[in-house]
Ligand binder design. Structure first.
Ligand SMILES: [Zn+2]
Length: 310
């Protein structure tokens, strides 16, 4: 089973392109993520719903909260459940979004809704922080008026403690938290936590720098890690963070993630660093024996099984 558990989808018009991506990337299933729309406080839930209605065998939907809706957040959870979504994507832990909303993912306003999600067996896919390099004093974008990187990792831990009955995926390997030991400790203390490997190609470098320690990490938590790519399907009206990515670029990311995790092939780091870095040849971690699990079986077993809402 090959599953891409992190794909953004914002327009029904992109369905043919999505199909092409799934076929060319040889994926059995794709998790489609809605997000809250920054311009009007609504969401892309309708587009994601359209895709899972068209083909519920290959597409799995995650909704998003709508802050401009007249429904309470708790009622929105029920609505998303009824729409057939297995979970909810929260981009609310991204520093720009956090700043705009003026509240963290631990804010009491989410309490009832997230308790309800736990009760309904829905899971949360949460984006917290961003690559640490974004906080670089000279080159970063989160210099003034933003919480520190560490404080976001603190919010993640608080969230996991507050909602210990809620299944959570923290995206992008939680930007590796405060390092491999710290991330191991967090995984150890929160059995409800899963991670996705969605690039952010930025983490190829830190993982390479501590190759042995991260190989051991992946082996230790082999049954709680999912693969994701951050492919994005959007029409031309969507710009910025969720703008469409060309299929070729998404396919390249799929292959790079596979190469990095499951082979020992050398390849070049393509992350567009803003800070000066030495060029680095990457070599895959060679976890070929974990390819089936991390590449899809974990997502199928942990998320899809028992979540069939249709
Ligand atoms: Zn994403």
């Amino acid at each position: 089973m090959r599953i891409d558990s992190h794909v953004h989808y914002t327009s029904c018009r992109c369905f043919p392109e999505l199909e092409e991506y799934r076929r060319r990337a040889d994926l059995d299933k794709v998790f489609l993520l809605s997000t809250t729309r920054p311009d009007d406080g609504l969401s892309f839930n309708g587009a994601v719903h359209d895709a899972i209605v068209r083909d519920g065998e290959h597409y799995v939907g995650l909704g998003a909260f709508e802050y401009a809706s007249s429904l309470s957040l708790e009622d929105q959870v029920l609505k998303m459940r009824d729409m057939g979504f297995v979970g909810i994507k929260m981009l609310e832990g991204k520093p720009t979004f956090h700043k705009e909303l003026g509240r963290s993912i631990c804010d009491p306003c989410y309490r009832k809704a997230l308790d309800r999600a736990a009760k309904e067996g829905m899971f949360m896919l949460v984006h917290i922080a961003d690559p640490p390099v974004f906080w670089d004093r000279e080159y970063g974008q989160y210099v003034d008026g933003y919480d520190s990187f560490e404080s976001y990792i603190g919010q993640m831990e608080d969230f996991l403690s507050m909602y210990s009955g809620l299944k959570c995926i923290f995206a992008h390997l939680a930007f590796l938290a405060r390092g491999v030991e710290d991330l191991g400790r967090i995984m150890e203390s929160h059995g409800n936590l899963l991670l996705d490997t969605t690039p952010g190609r930025w983490f190829y470098r830190p993982i390479t720098e501590q190759r042995e320690a991260y190989s051991a990490f992946f082996r230790r938590f082999h049954d709680r890690i999912l693969t994701g790519t951050d492919a994005a399907f959007a029409d031309s009206s969507t710009s910025g963070l969720l703008a469409a990515k060309p299929i070729e670029e998404s396919l390249d990311i799929v292959h790079t993630v596979d190469r990095f995790l499951f082979s020992e092939e050398p390849f070049h780091d393509t992350f567009p660093y803003r800070v000066p870095v030495e060029s680095l040849t990457l070599r895959g971690l060679g976890l070929s024996d974990l390819e089936k699990e991390i590449g899809g079986d974990n997502a199928e077993r942990l998320i899809c099984k028992g979540c069939d809402r249709r």
